[in-house]
Write a protein that binds this ligand. Sequence first.
Ligand code: UDP
Length: 323
Amino acid sequence: MKIFITGGAGFIGSHLAERCIADGHEVWSLDDLSTGAISNLDPILEHPKFHQRIGSVTSEELVSELVDRADVVFHLAAAVGVKLIVERPTHTIETNVRGSEVILKAAAKKGKRVFIASTSEVYGKGVKLPFAEDDDLLFGATTKSRWAYACSKAIDEWLALAYYRERQTPVVITRFFNTVGPRQTGRYGMVIPTFVRQGLAGEDITVYGSGDQRRCFGYVGEVIECLMRLAQTPEAIGKVFNIGNDREISINALAELIRDRTGGKSRIVHMNYEDAYPEGFEDMERRIPSVEKIEAAIGYRPTMPIEDIVDRVIEAAALEENS
Ligand code: UDP
């Protein structure tokens, strides 16, 4: 197959590109390198079936050329990371909404199958757990910029479903829950790479808030297995799927786990949200995916235990440090 990945130099995109190449597909990646890095693609950069373009998903001509060439499009390019979102809300809204608009318009012209990457953030502050795909969405006030991300992604979902209904464009929407693994950077706030870096350096591990808030972490390789299977599942078209691991861990327990597995030298310290994030931040307590729908569709779901995920991230980070 010919596969076009937007955001191919990013964390999830680069793992997806690598998997597609390993499976024998031809891959085009488009990335503006705003949060991604070419070095993420080192293992495949020279591969004859891999083609990298540097540019924006908002450039219509470039996008339409790449979409026309592809059998399947994975639209992963987006502004992500809570810190980035709160610091640059204009950029977040414009990149996410405009990018999807351009991709969907190009895909609709030739009826190309397109995967729109969404996020568990769209469930917002929902309290009915686990979160199922048809649940109501509960956003915070517009004065809290975090929700601009959730809202921009919800618009992307609505637009994709609108194309499906009106133009029969074959869209699939995937809501990624906290996805982690090697190559994820802590620069935009993500907790696991941040704690691992702190632990390996013997620095304080910074838990924000009480640390009682909980998350479910899915291993990137398993998330990509879900995408590859969905791409082989015609019944997935026109539908929304949660993709994530449904085992929960509190941020305090995560900090202890990472401290113990990185040599045990770090102290765990708690920081107020006001000191950790710019104004406009609001956290959510819990977030668990319902994985029934994805499992019924593809017979698979992410299950790697957090301990194994953390070990893989530590191993990759230690290797990078020594290289
Ligand atoms: N977090 C933390 N210390 C950090 C980074 C994040 O305690 O250095 C917390 C954060 O406040 C949140 C959880 O870890 O409650 C997960 O944060 P992340 O940004 O990775 O993902 P998200 O908030 O989108 O689930």
